[in-house]
Design a protein around this ligand. Structure first.
Ligand SMILES: C[S@@+](CC[C@H](N)C(=O)[O-])C[C@H]1O[C@@H](n2cnc3c(N)ncnc32)[C@H](O)[C@@H]1O
Length: 370
């Protein structure tokens, strides 16, 4: 199962000036980013999988589009993977767009990317695994117009503002990446562990996807919450002062683990990549994120960190809604989920207790291939 939802190859027709026809799925989106281009109904041009050397372009039919989603409680989730169980609707896409701003503010550009994607006359390509709203793809495609950018996700995400050098494909990464071997100079993956069965195996697959001296970049959350001193918060204490956000994260980890996904990937990324014989120049980074803008103005780097804290606070408000589906599906009683969410919401509003989250990130270069 793989289909491209935004075609941008040389051999694909230019859709930018066409009106939607009955061949194309048309739907209303509330996502501000995806309505930029024309502010009208959306349509989904689609082509065959990238496995084909010169894909012909077909439409993604209404029924194929509809069959990508199913209802779970009050949200839409993807219909292909039993592992990944966060919503896949417009509300989630908006959350991911905002989260992208949070990550670009907190992490800055990926250091080796400018060198690897420099326009030196050879064809360049970048791949985003689990591309979500497509915002990383959008940025890279715009910054490197000579570079083909491809995003893969479980659901078709349609944004008409994607440049012509970007396209998205619908596929389950767990099924393998053979059709991408030796095609990319950059492979990026961020916050996909909730949908990955064998993350170490994925890192191995990526070593075949990325070209010689290309760069890979993986970033994952460890789904732990830290106190003001950056110590992991204990969620097992019967003490009523235990943070509801920390308890919710604890339940998220349990639910995801029960589904069989690699929720522990964040802390293992460095080992998996560092010990893999295909990679070199491995760089590990911890990125600390305040969960609200709680830093006093005279604290070091307070202005930037409080900006990030405000973004994460907004992201978490929305995430607390998103994880409801996951937790209810795992059998957690509704009253318990909602009581915890209510307390978590209050913690975000009052910024009490002050808390940090951490993402773990590794980038590396592919050793020259023989
Ligand atoms: C939390 S979102 C992150 C999106 C994006 N990487 C970002 O950082 O904004 C996780 C995304 O990964 C996708 N995903 C999870 N498991 C996947 C899989 N096995 N194959 C393809 N996409 C997957 C989900 O559908 C979702 O869009």
């Amino acid at each position: 199962m793989s289909s491209t939802v935004t075609a941008a190859r040389e051999d694909s027709p230019d859709y930018s000036s066409e009106e939607p026809t009955s061949e194309y799925t048309s739907f209303q989106s509330t996502s501000p980013t995806s309505s930029d281009a024309r502010g009208v109904d959306y349509y989904i041009p689609a082509s065959l999988p990238s496995a084909s050397p010169a894909p012909s372009v077909i439409s993604l039919s209404e029924s194929l589009y509809q069959s990508s989603f199913r209802q779970a409680y009050d949200r839409l989730v993807n219909n292909y993977s039993d592992l990944y169980h966060l919503p896949a609707d417009d509300e989630e896409i908006e959350r991911l767009d905002m989260q992208h701003l949070l990550f670009t503010s907190a992490m800055g550009p990926l250091p080796p990317m400018a060198e690897v994607l420099a326009d030196d006359g050879s064809p360049k390509a970048a791949l985003d695994l689990g591309c979500g709203s497509g915002s990383w793809l959008y940025d890279v495609a715009n910054e490197y117009p000579h570079c083909l950018t491809v995003g893969v996700d479980l659901v078709p995400v349609t944004r008409l503002d994607l440049p012509r050098n970007a396209r998205m494909e619908v596929d389950d990464i767990n099924l393998g990446l053979e059709h991408f071997y030796d095609q990319f100079d950059v492979v990026h993956a961020r916050l996909i562990s909730l949908g990955i069965k064998d993350y170490a195996g994925l890192i191995d697959q990526v070593s075949r996807v990325v070209r010689s001296r290309g760069v890979i970049a993986f970033t994952e959350s460890n789904y732990l919450v830290y106190d003001a001193n950056k110590q992991v918060m204990d969620v097992t204490s019967p003490d009523q002062t235990v943070s509801a956000i920390a308890v919710l994260y604890h339940h998220i980890v349990r639910s995801v683990r029960k589904r069989g996904a690699n929720i522990d990937a964040a802390s293992l990324l460095h080992r998996w990549i560092g010990q893999h014989n295909a990679y070199e120049d491995v760089v590990y980074r911890d990125i600390w994120l305040p969960t609200s803008p709680f830093l006093p103005p005279d604290a070091e780097d307070a202005h930037r960190l409080n900006f990030i804290g405000e973004l994460l606070r907004q992201d978490l408000r929305s995430f607390l809604k998103s994880v409801r589906v996951l937790l209810l599906s795992s059998g957690m009683p509704e009253f318990e989920v909602d009581e915890l969410r209510g307390r978590a919401w209050k913690e975000l509003e009052t910024m009490q207790p002050p808390m940090w989250a951490k993402v773990q990130s590794v980038y590396a270069r592919r050793k020259p291939k023989q």
